[in-house]
Design a protein around this ligand. Structure first.
Ligand code: VG1
Ligand code: CO
Length: 544
């Protein structure tokens, strides 16, 4: 097999963000762009000679072409074996599962997750390490340094490998195994959850579900697990065929982009349970009939009930949440006497805690929940966890949630996103806020006084690594909280995220609309950061 050493020059924009390298498809299609980044990954992967690599993606536009390039580069870089999902498909949590099960040195996942796809949409590359989780900052920074210095990449000359059917192919000295993308993952789910109980629930006659795969990668997983194994009637899974452009939609399971599902769950003839997942299958949205469960509450409910689920019956070692996630799970941890860790945004920060056995469950406000079963957040896993709970409790989602709030209190929560801002004023706004942090405590806004303000920094308790500049936190005397940060996954301008929360212990006040309950705090956020003055915006683009 002929191997070419191709001369190249560095690109200056290949620093991975919150979750991999995400750019417009047009950026990735520039000559050498993908190759430079992939070579930088292989260069950093020290044990690549003779190693096994996992490869797959969410099926979006450019997935198929990129996979063939990566296979040829893997062969040229001494990888011995690559396991690829059939059709180039692997959800992010399934990739994590396969990396761990087959003891691979790592995996490359082609996805821009919840960002839209298609020729005008986004593409992305995530690199996961041997534990199955996203590469930590030390690795992503090393990859970035390589992209700044690269002069040459290695690629084998070889025709495309057929990926449509399971089987084994030789690419020079390297073996390419095309695997069923669902099998290993489904087997793991079956070990964690009581499939018989969920099967009985679906066949009780009184329970209906709608799962919206948003034409993204979870479709095949949901069809196989919910309908074929668990006996949910055909049609339970909608938009279940992955499309290169997600049918023109935005594969982000939230109240705005999964509108059709939300509407279906709020109709009079609504199903009992609704759920959706994102482009690459790691996010989840949970709905009951006329009821939306915030991701922060979902994490708290799962933590409070985990001992009822077969895979977690021994209880939880600890829990972790990203900093902007509400403190609902902290209350459960305190009641159960277990540790609760607060990490920066992004799943990569949970990896060390999970590996060290310090936490069992973790989650983010951005519709991400997961456990130590893999090292990624896992959309379908969260849905199965809820199904298992509902099968045991046989009560509506809203009742379960009300009971949870009655026991622990309710953390009213919302996130306001201001998308596609001009980057300069957005950065200037946060810089100004940063400069004023010292003068904020003691200041009065409406009926609240600031009690604490800082820029969140995290010291990993396992390896001591420090991550600074992770978001501005402002707490008030009534324990309400506002967090400001800029997104690290967008591909157009800057996105400001404002996270708002307020605790309500009194069950008599648990049935209110979060936007109304938080209206005062929302106004204060605008005032403190001078959002309108800096950005010209009077309202957020997305509210979740
Ligand atoms: C967003 C979310 C974050 C999540 C990340 C990746 O990041 O806020 O919680 O981990 O997306 O999710 P940011 O920097 O835009 O706020 V996904 O489903 O890409 O893999
Ligand atoms: Co995702």
């Amino acid at each position: 097999m002929k191997i070419d050493n191709v001369t190249t020059t560095p690109f200056d924009d290949q620093r991975p963000g919150t979750s991999g390298l995400r750019k417009k498809v047009s950026v990735f299609r520039q000559p050498h762009y993908l190759e430079n980044f992939i070579q930088s990954i292989f260069t950093v992967l020290e044990d690549r000679e003779g190693a096994t690599l996992i490869l797959g993606g969410d099926g979006r536009y450019h997935n198929a072409a990129a996979i063939q390039v990566i296979l040829r580069m893997a062969a040229a870089n001494g990888i011995a074996r690559v396991l690829v999902g059939r059709g180039g498909i692997l959800s992010t949590p399934a990739a994590s599962c396969v990396i761990r099960k087959h003891r691979a040195a790592g995996g490359i996942i082609l996805s821009a997750s919840h960002n839209p796809g298609g020729p005008q949409g986004d593409f992305g590359v995530k690199f996961n390490i041997a534990n199955g989780g996203p590469a930590p900052e030390s690795v992503t920074e090393a990859i970035y340094r390589n992209t700044r210095e690269i002069r040459e990449y290695r690629i084998a000359a070889h025709p495309p490998v057929p990926l449509e059917h399971p089987g084994t192919h030789a690419l020079g000295a390297m073996t390419v195994e095309v695997i069923d993308p669902v099998a290993d993952y489904a087997e793991l789910m079956e070990r964690l959850f009581d499939f018989d109980a969920i099967h009985a629930l679906f066949n009780s006659g009184g329970f209906h579900m709608r799962f919206d795969a948003l034409h993204a990668v979870t479709g095949p997983y949901a069809h196989a697990i919910l309908e074929q194994r668990l006996g949910a009637p055909p049609g339970t899974v909608v938009h279940g065929t992955p499309l290169e452009d997600f049918g023109g939609g935005h594969p982000d399971p939230n109240l705005v982009y999964a509108r059709e599902l939300v509407d279906a769950l709020f109709r009079t003839d609504a199903p009992d349970f609704g759920a959706a997942s994102d482009g690459d299958g790691d996010r989840n949205m949970i709905l009951g009939r006329r009821c939306f469960v915030t991701p922060s509450d979902s994490l708290a409910v799962l933590a409070a009930n985990a001992h009822l689920i077969p895979g977690y019956r021994l209880g939880l070692r600890g829990v972790a949440r990203s900093m902007p996630t509400s403190r609902a799970v902290d209350r459960v941890a305190a009641a159960h006497g277990i540790d609760c860790y607060e990490t920066p945004t992004g799943w990569k920060f949970f990896g060390n805690l999970l590996d060290a056995g310090r936490v069992t469950l973790c989650g983010e406000e951005s519709f991400g929940t997961g456990s130590d079963h893999v090292r990624e957040k896992d959309g379908l896993w969260a849905v199965l966890f809820w199904l298992n709970l509902l099968a045991l409790k046989r009560e509506p989602v809203n009742k379960l949630l009300r009971n949870h709030w009655r026991a622990f209190g309710r953390d009213y929560y919302t996130r306001h996103d201001y998308e596609a801002l001009a980057p300069e004023p957005a950065h200037a706004m946060l810089e100004e806020l940063h400069k004023r942090l010292g003068e904020l405590p003691g200041r009065r806004y409406g009926k609240r006084t600031v009690s604490f303000a800082d820029d969140f920094a995290y010291t990993d308790p396992v390896d001591g690594s420090v991550s600074t500049g992770q978001g501005i936190r402002i707490r008030f005397d009534d324990d309400a909280r506002i967090v400001f940060r800029l997104s690290g996954t967008g591909t157009e301008g800057a996105t400001l995220r404002v996270y708002l929360e307020r605790f309500e212990p009194d069950p008599a006040h648990h049935g209110r609309d979060p936007q109304r309950v938080l209206a005062g705090l929302i106004a204060t956020a605008g005032e403190i950061a001078r959002i309108q003055a800096h950005t010209g915006r009077t309202a957020p683009t997305v509210i979740t």
